[in-house]
Design a protein around this ligand. Structure first.
Ligand code: NCD
Length: 331
């Protein structure tokens, strides 16, 4: 009989912390990237490395057995909702998914956001919430007895996306300090841009902001960057920055946030990353995108090894596993 190669087993004791250890995120709402300093980020990223190793070696474990996540999305989502569900299930927990069909919930009967969340709190240990109104997740979290994680509040913040973006940059390029990052696209409405820019302020980086004039980064954030002494410059052409960036963070023009559709039509095809554009980029750099893309990156760029957006997607599951375990006191 041929011998069978048994899979290398993951040492699960690696993931259990010392008795009495209390991480800083236990029972906390996760509403903004402002809650993460460099120590907090280092802690989450170490846990994320463990989650990734666990999934790659044994696939799943029972760390969150007996815990339930309510996943509530009042705006469309593919990656954020699916990765939170996958994260919970890979850790042995359960999910109440109110994601793709909010129209089938009592919201369509006129139930308020607060009543919906107080109801779901009765069944769950943690709630992930996405809502179109800026500030709505933070407001609702005040009424919830279980931790609420912000999965995007309109054009406000998207903290878990920023965590996975930062984790991806670190994993792809080794370190964050000294990098030049270009943010491209809808910098006014893109909540992922807002959260990632805030997180990057913790590091010694330089920023290039590339957008049409009407979609520039909000003035408040721009002032914050300047006050922090960050080397930041704005342009409306990718060609001006492509040669010397380490990270090209591309985003979609956020059609749903426009009140003037004529203005959207003017800017919707404002740029496209193609192999010709990439020919001018450094050999060691990454192209990232929170996705979905709607024409900003041509499909032929996908086979470029510098295209990191699908690796970024996978990191999203690992980061959310780490965060769920931390908030539930199991990491
Ligand atoms: C982003 C979002 O929802 O803000 N997507 C995501 O969560 N990965 C980006 C977008 O919608 O453009």
């Amino acid at each position: 009989m041929n011998s069978i190669d048994l899979p290398k087993l993951f040492d699960l004791t690696k993931m259990s912390r010392k008795p009495g250890f209390q991480n800083g995120f236990f029972k906390k709402d996760i509403l903004s990237v402002d809650q993460f300093d460099r120590d907090g980020l280092a802690y989450i990223f170490t846990r994320t490395d463990e989650m990734s190793e666990m999934v790659e070696t044994v696939g799943a474990c029972d760390l969150l057995h007996g815990y339930t996540l309510a996943c509530v999305f009042y705006e469309p989502s593919t990656r954020t909702s699916a990765s939170f569900i996958a994260a919970m299930e890979r850790l042995g927990g359960n999910v109440i998914p109110i994601t793709q069909g909010i129209q089938y919930s009592s919201v369509s009967k006129g139930e308020s956001l607060v009543d919906t969340i107080i109801t779901l709190e009765q069944y769950s240990d943690v709630i992930v919430l996405r809502h179109p109104e800026i500030g709505s997740v933070a407001k609702t979290a005040k009424y919830s007895g279980v931790p609420v994680i912000n999965a995007g509040d309109g054009a406000g913040e998207h903290p878990t996306q920023a965590l996975l973006d930062l984790y991806t940059i670190r994993k792809e390029l080794g370190s964050l300090n000294g990098l030049r990052v270009a943010m491209v696209g809808d910098l006014r409405n893109g909540r992922t841009v807002h959260s990632l820019t805030k997180l990057l302020m913790n590091y010694d980086i330089s920023l290039r902001l590339v957008s049409p004039d009407v979609l520039r980064l909000p003035l408040g954030m721009m002032n914050e960057l300047i006050d922090k002494g960050i080397d930041v410059r704005e342009t409306d052409r990718v060609e001006d920055v492509i040669k010397d960036v380490d990270v090209l963070y591309v985003t979609r023009i956020q059609k749903e946030r426009f009140t003037d559709m004529a203005q959207y039509e003017e800017v919707k095809n404002y740029f496209e990353i193609t192999p010709e554009v990439m020919a001018n980029a450094k050999d060691k750099m990454v192209v990232m995108h929170p996705l979905p893309r709607v024409g900003e990156i041509h499909y032929t760029v996908d086979k470029d090894p510098r295209a990191a957006y699908f690796r970024q997607v996978k990191n999203g599951m690992y980061v959310r596993m780490a965060l769920l375990a931390a908030v539930l006191g199991q990491a």
